[in-house]
Design a protein around this ligand. Structure first.
Ligand code: ZN
Length: 262
């Protein structure tokens, strides 16, 4: 939300510098829902923000669309099965949420690695948004296919973000989309703000200096994925990089959508 202001005065050298007006950090919502594809996705990306909000009294609900049954190439033993891995990863996610101060964790039970942008998934996310009525939803950026030269965004991440946004708008707030949800007693709900992480041009920044340790502690709970690797150096560098443009030592950066009411 920072905007460049052309506060210059022609011919006056000391007025010739472009000044950047820094927008205040967005206030913590009263209730936030974090929607991601896999256990550990939220810890890598938005854990510092969620811990900070939780400490300020925000109710945070973590939604894991899959339970991470596909594991990872580096850390999953060859004799591991999807069925055996699912309860391990769900327990790791619960413990990670505890480290962040989050007590509500919902697993939707979709298959890891083959997520599709289906109407069934949109209905499930709409249902859960209407049930918990979050003011803010936190999710990824479905438009990003490539990050740098070395990482192609996981298809499950793109799908999770895409369907989360579709559920926020229009499904959650429109009465006659998924009328079967009305029959379940779930009335329309308008989400006011969407925090999109991993966006190419972020415009909202959350200072996570006070919760970087909690973010790291939460990440380390994903033991089946971390193996011997300590994420501290990489995550600290990410936080520094994301805060750099705002003079923050550690931040998580977002594209912030402030949605008009229905
Ligand atoms: Zn993931």
């Amino acid at each position: 939300m920072a905007e460049d202001t052309a506060e210059t005065t022609p011919g006056v050298p000391e007025r010739g510098r472009r000044r950047r007006k820094i927008a205040a950090e967005p206030a913590a919502p009263a209730c936030a829902m974090s929607i991601h594809a896999h256990p550990d996705d939220q810890e890598f990306t938005v854990g510092g923000t969620l811990a900070k909000w939780a400490r300020s009294g925000c109710r945070v609900i973590t939604v894991c669309i899959t339970s991470g049954g596909a594991g990872s190439n580096q850390s999953t033993p060859l004799d591991m099965t999807r069925e055996a891995l699912v309860p391990i990863r769900e327990e790791e996610q619960r413990r990670a949420c505890q480290a962040l101060g989050i007590s509500d964790v919902v697993f939707l039970g979709y298959e890891d690695g083959v997520l599709e942008p289906s109407i069934a998934l949109r209905r499930d996310l709409t249902r859960i948004i209407r049930r918990y009525k979050p003011d803010a939803v936190v999710c990824g950026d479905p438009t990003v296919r490539f990050y740098g030269k070395g990482y192609m965004n996981h298809p499950d991440h793109r799908v999770a973000a895409d369907v989360a946004l579709d559920a926020v708008f229009p499904s959650a707030e429109t009465r006659l989309i998924f009328p079967e949800l009305l029959a379940e007693g779930l009335d329309p709900h308008h989400v006011k703000r969407v925090f999109i992480h991993g966006a190419p041009r972020p415009d909202a920044f959350v200072d996570i200096s006070s919760t970087l340790d909690a973010k790291l502690a939460a990440l380390r709970e994903h033991k089946s994925q971390m193996g011997q690797w300590d994420p501290a150096d990489m995550i600290t560098a990410w936080a520094r990089e994301q805060g750099k443009s705002r003079g923050l030592a550690a931040a998580e950066a977002y594209r912030l959508m402030v949605l008009e009411g229905p």
